[in-house]
Design a protein around this ligand. Structure first.
Ligand code: DUC
Ligand code: ZN
Ligand code: ZN
Ligand code: ZN
Length: 484
């Protein structure tokens, strides 16, 4: 059965033009004027864009003594409702666990996905097993991205020696390094001091993670990646200091990308000073929300091209889960939702305000990340032969964001009450209509794993580190006596 999307304007990262799009067998088979198909979707007044790709989600993730509440079913349903047709989740091995065993656990959870998905592998410990598994993960499982936590000391954090070893291995295998860049040692010290001084409320979370801890860790990761010669993707870039390091690296020709989140672009630190404990705790995530100076920096980075991708870090916890941290902010599970709202919020605050063109919107929500992750043009494109992951975007449709009508399984929404303009009329996942004019028609288990190959040599980073080719000790005659 074929489906034709009629009378819309196709909007890609580089072009806008009037055309119908014909879909069959899960792929785009023809783009042109006057096409017909078995089923017709009316796109009059709408933009036909590649579906969003959210490269940063945590679905049913074991974390801080609990599990994030949206699983692959509710999480991908939320994504589709908001025009996102692919998610990338982080596979987290336990200490000492093989990477391949961890993937098996993730494979089991993800069978319920409503849209296509992929995994990033997290490097949560270091040893010969991880070194060896990396090759299998890249070459046989099609996972080419490896995340390193520079925060969460005593849990997920890796040290600089482990980081350098892992980055070197990835450079050799054609992988991409990713970092959660916050200085975990400093965060641990500041957290202990704040708690000892009686600062136990949610605002303590923000005080414990100032922008300097992110700027330092971002710059450190960039320098270490440069020595290893590995490309580096910095997740949830939230502040000017981190952005500055990324901007400088890119101007120096380094292969480094930054990923602001829709939450950091649109919400600020005042949320943590709300008189209602639940309100503040529900917004606890790492890095924390920041002030207007940092937000302006992130918007400028998207406009100027020094920041490449807008994601969510969707990691949803219920109010009940957030209350694990009453009396100790460091026990509030870190994370906020955003999967359903990323695209409408970015359209409203980015395109409607004139900061981004519709083409730039497609670039930062879909095409750029498809290229970085090496799944373009299967994903992130409106081209014949590409997967029919499409969103028919109605720029005039409005709504008020409300937890009571959202797809996510949690009991609140950090964007509650915000008005958005620009929403999906239809969302298609591999040709199947998952959202039809506001009606959710998702199919559990429809989603397939997207394999992503290693980078080819031409897409690898160069190293500016001038390593001596054959270092030799210097021969000296006059050797001073020791112990004088
Ligand atoms: N930050 C969060 O807020 N949640 C999940 C993990 C992370 O790094
Ligand atoms: Zn993170
Ligand atoms: Zn409130
Ligand atoms: Zn994350």
């Amino acid at each position: 059965m074929s489906t034709v999307i009629k009378n819309g304007t196709v909007v890609t990262a580089d072009l806008s033009y009037k055309a119908d799009v014909l879909v069959e067998g899960g792929q785009i088979i023809e783009i042109g004027m006057g096409l017909s198909g078995d089923e017709e979707l009316d796109a009059t007044g709408c933009y036909v864009m590649p579906g969003g790709i959210d490269p940063h989600v945590h679905l049913e993730m074991p974390f801080m003594g609990t599990y994030s509440s949206d699983d692959f079913e509710s999480g991908t349903r939320a994504g589709l409702a908001g025009g996102t047709t692919m998610v990338v989740d982080f596979c987290l091995p336990n200490q000492g666990e093989s990477l391949l065993d961890a993937i098996k656990r993730w494979d089991n959870k993800s069978t319920r996905a409503n849209c296509d998905y992929s995994f990033h592998m997290a490097v949560t410990w270091w040893g010969e097993q991880v070194f060896n598994d990396m090759k299998t993960v890249i070459e046989q499982r099609g996972i080419n991205t490896f995340k390193h936590f520079l925060a969460y000391k005593g849990a997920l954090m890796v040290n600089d020696d482990e980081l350098f070893s892992s980055f070197n291995r990835l450079a050799e295998l054609g992988g991409i390094a990713m970092v959660h860049a916050e200085n975990g040692d400093v965060v641990a010290e500041m957290t202990a001091k704040l708690l000892a001084e009686g600062n136990t409320g949610p605002e303590g979370h923000a005080y414990s993670r100032p922008s300097q801890v992110e700027g330092e860790a971002t710059n450190r990761a960039i320098m270490i990646a440069d020595m290893a010669g590995v490309p580096l993707y910095v997740v949830h870039t939230s502040c000017e200091e981190a952005h500055e390091a990324i901007r400088r690296a890119r101007m120096q020709g380094k292969r480094v990308w930054g990923e602001p989140l829709i939450q950091h672009l649109t919400l600020d630190e005042r949320e943590y000073f709300h008189e209602d404990w639940d309100h503040a705790a529900r917004r606890v995530m790492s890095p924390p929300f920041r002030d207007a100076r940092h937000q302006e920096s992130l918007w400028a980075g998207l406009q100027g091209g020094s920041l490449s991708v807008v994601a969510t870090d969707h990691c949803a916890f219920t109010t009940e889960q957030k209350r694990y941290g009453v009396g100790d902010f460091s026990k509030i599970p870190n994370g906020t939702g955003g999967l359903e709202d990323r695209m409408p919020m970015l359209w409203t605050h980015g395109v409607e305000t004139g900061r981004l063109t519709p083409n730039e919107f497609v670039a930062v929500t879909s095409t750029n990340i498809a290229k970085i992750l090496n799944c373009y043009p299967k994903k992130g494109a409106v081209l014949v032969g590409a997967d029919a992951d499409l969103v028919v975007w109605d720029p005039n449709k409005t709504k008020t964001i409300q937890a009571s009508t959202q797809q996510s399984s949690i009991d609140y929404n950090v964007f509650e009450g915000k008005e958005v303009k620009g929403l999906p009329r239809f969302t298609l996942t591999r040709g199947q209509v998952a959202v039809y004019d506001g009606e959710i028609r998702t199919q559990e288990g429809h989603g397939k794993f997207v394999e992503r190959e290693a980078n080819t040599p031409v897409n690898r980073a160069l190293s500016s580190w001038k390593e001596l080719t054959s270092p030799r000790p210097v021969e000296r005659t006059g050797i001073p006596a020791t112990g004088v």
